[in-house]
Design a protein around this ligand. Structure first.
Ligand code: UD1
Length: 353
């Protein structure tokens, strides 16, 4: 049974951490194709190193382009790579342009496609991630859904065959990382009670000057209230906020996953437009203030751990200065072991084909 995993962007590397380990434990042969969508060491290498992800078999070196050019170049390179690898199945995690390219290339070559994190919907087609997920789900043969809601959303689009409710692989990654964070680090303890961790990278926020201005104003206000506001910057966001340097906000380089989690786990709150961090905050019991009008992780909102504030300055300040805590039991995304369930299912697929 040979698996090819196609990935290329940060949130996919995080998921690959759990998946590759589970494949190895199940005796499955995996070849990783890295599209090169993310190429800076701080956006790629650091994740391979700390999550102990096997070295990519192929690196396509695509880099940054407009979405159609980026996706198109990936497709062209994947044609050769997938023909050469001749896998039994192509696994694509997440919802990035690399996810879509991997799914489409495999489908056009007649190779079975498995989508990890299938069925999520924000119902906002203006988001590239939403378009990527919908398209990927509609060509996938195995659809690994993280939540009951995702299964229902797939059914509403007529997708019922091949759907498996497996829980969320990011839970496995979180547990693995936490087991390596032995005791509080110096980062954990310094100002932890007043710390607010912020991440901003979605085009919705970075490429709309008015929204970005309102968000930055909120961060400035929170800093002025005496909170320790830490903002690890995505490269794109950095180019958009050149010249903005309020003394009240700690602007730092993008962080590795473990370093980020060590800050988040003892923070007062997180402010983010990332999907993954909304869930990590939920599992860690840290209130999340989400810089979007909708989320695909609706359970985090329903259970009181997440508030959707869009780019409303006052709501961001209110949310982070007086954060609301939600339900004690946080099990919307299933029990740990999702990656092992996926590996087992793939193994069964291999032996039945
Ligand atoms: C991508 C994913 C998004 C995910 C995010 C995590 C898509 C459509 N979006 O968005 O779902 O949450 O990754 O980070 O695939 N850049 C660098 N160095 C890098 C990578 C990017 O400088 O290593 C800069 C480039 O200027 C590039 C910009 O960031 O143009 C955007 O990168 P891109 O990969 O197109 O999308 P992300 O915004 O990172």
């Amino acid at each position: 049974m040979r698996i090819v995993t196609v990935l290329g962007a940060r949130p996919q590397f995080v998921k690959a951490g759990a998946l590759s380990r589970a494949y190895a434990a199940a005796g499955l042969d995996e070849l990783i194709v890295h599209t090169g969508q993310h190429y800076d060491p701080g956006m790629s290498d650091v994740f391979f190193n700390e999550l102990e992800i096997p070295k990519p078999w192929r690196h396509l070196g695509i880099g940054s382009h407009s979405a159609p050019v980026q996706t198109g170049r990936m497709l062209q390179e994947l044609d050769d790579a997938l023909r050469e690898a001749a896998p039994d199945v192509v696994v694509v995690p997440g919802d990035t342009n690399s996810t879509l390219a991997g799914a489409l290339a495999a489908a056009q070559l007649g190779l079975p496609v498995a989508h990890v994190e299938a069925g999520l919907r924000s119902f906002n087609r203006a988001m590239p991630e939403e378009r990527n997920r919908v398209l990927t789900d509609h060509v996938a043969d195995a659809l690994y859904a993280p939540s009951q809601r995702a299964v229902q959303w797939l059914a509403a689009e007529g997708i019922v065959t091949g759907v498996e409710l497996v829980g969320d692989v990011m839970r496995d990654v979180l547990d693995w990382q936490l087991s390596r964070l032995v005791g509080p680090t110096s980062q954990d303890t310094v100002n932890a009670v007043d710390r607010v961790v912020v991440t901003i990278h979605r085009p919705l926020n970075t490429d709309n000057p008015e929204r970005l201005r309102r968000i930055l104003r909120a961060l400035d206000k929170l800093g002025a209230l005496g909170l320790d506001v830490v903002l690890p910057l995505h490269p794109r966001t950095r180019t958009r906020i050149e010249g903005w340097s309020p003394p009240t906000v700690r602007v730092v380089e993008p962080m590795g996953h473990r370093e980020l989690l060590s800050l988040v786990r003892t923070a007062r709150a997180v402010i983010t437009d990332s999907g993954g961090i909304q869930k990590e905050a939920y599992w860690l019991g840290v209130p999340c203030i989400t810089l979007r009008a909708e989320t695909e992780w609706v359970e985090t909102v329903e259970e009181g751990w997440n508030v959707l504030v869009d780019a409303d300055t006052d709501a961001i300040v209110r949310g982070a200065s007086s954060p609301a805590h939600g339900c004690v039991v946080r099990e919307a995304y299933g029990a740990p072991g999702s990656a092992a369930r996926i590996a087992q299912h793939l193994r069964n697929l291999g032996s039945s084909s």
